[in-house]
Design a protein around this ligand. Structure first.
Ligand code: GRF
Length: 208
C-alpha cells in the first residue's frame, strides 16, 4: 500500500523546505498503517528540496511554489492556500518548512496546522535549536509537536519527547538523537488528530 491509499480520509498537506526526513517518517507510518491518513499534497518553497522527490516516489503530487512569483508573504501564502484547498487538505503539517506562516494560512487552518521543533519548547525556539541547547548546557533535550499560531514555535504543545545530552555531544550527534524521536513522535501526534482526540483549551492541548 502506498501513501495515497491510506485507510481513513484525513487528508494531509505537508509543507517542507529541505531533506524531508520527517515527511518520510509520515509516509512510512501511512504505509505501515500506524497513521490513518492520506498524503494529499507536498508543497515546497525550494525547487530542489529532497522532500519533493520523496513525495514523487510515493506518487503524491509534489509542488514547487516559487516565492519569487508572488509579491510578498501574504500573496505567497494565498497561493499555498489555493493549492491546499484544491487538494482538499484537512490538516497542514509543517516538516522543516523554513518560512514564516502568515495569518492568511493561520486563519484558514486554525488548530489544523502542526509543526515539529527540535527542542523542548518553550526553550530554544527559532533556528539552530540543538546548538542553543548545547550552548546553554542543558542535560535533557528533545522535540516538540505543536499547533501553529502567530509567533515562532509558540503554539499549544501537543506532544514532547526527551533525549539525554552527553558530555561529548556535538551539534550533529545531538541532532541525530533528537531526529530519531521526531520520526516517532510526529506520526503519533498526527494519528491523535486523525482519531479526533486532540482538544485545544487555550494553551493546553488535552488528549482524550
Ligand atoms: C527537523 O529537525 C525539524 O524538527 C525542524 O526542521 C528539521 C527538518 O528536518 N523543524 P527534515 O527536513 O524533516 O529532515
Amino acid at each position: 500500500m502506498n501513501a495515497l491509499s491510506g485507510m481513513s480520509n484525513l487528508r494531509l498537506g505537508v509543507l517542507a523546505s529541505g531533506r524531508g526526513s520527517n515527511l518520510q517518517a509520515i509516509i512510512d507510518a501511512i504505509d505501515q498503517r500506524r497513521l490513518n491518513a492520506v498524503l494529499a499534497v507536498v508543497i515546497s518553497n525550494k525547487a530542489d528540496a529532497p522532500a519533493l522527490e520523496r513525495a514523487r516516489r510515493c506518487g503524491t503530487p509534489a509542488i514547487f511554489l516559487d516565492p519569487k512569483a508572488t509579491s510578498g508573504r501574504e500573496a505567497y501564502d494565498g497561493a499555498i492556500l489555493e493549492c491546499l484547498r484544491k487538494h482538499d487538505v484537512e490538516l497542514v503539517v509543517l516538516a522543516g518548512y523554513m518560512k514564516i506562516v502568515t495569518p492568511i494560512l493561520l486563519d484558514a487552518y486554525s488548530n489544523r496546522m502542526m509543526n515539529i521543533h527540535p527542542s523542548l519548547l518553550p526553550s530554544f525556539p527559532g533556528l539552530a535549536a540543538q546548538r542553543q541547547a548545547l550552548e546553554w548546557g542543558v542535560k535533557m533535550a528533545g522535540c516538540t509537536v505543536h499547533f501553529v499560531t502567530e509567533g515562532v514555535d509558540a503554539g499549544p504543545i501537543i506532544r514532547q519527547a526527551t533525549v539525554p545530552v552527553y558530555e561529548d555531544d556535538t551539534e550533529e550527534s545531538l541532532s541525530a538523537r533528537i531526529l530519531l524521536e521526531e520520526h516517532r513522535l510526529y506520526p503519533e501526534a498526527i494519528q491523535l488528530y486523525a482519531e479526533n482526540r486532540l482538544l485545544v483549551e487555550g494553551r493546553r492541548v488535552r488528549i482524550r
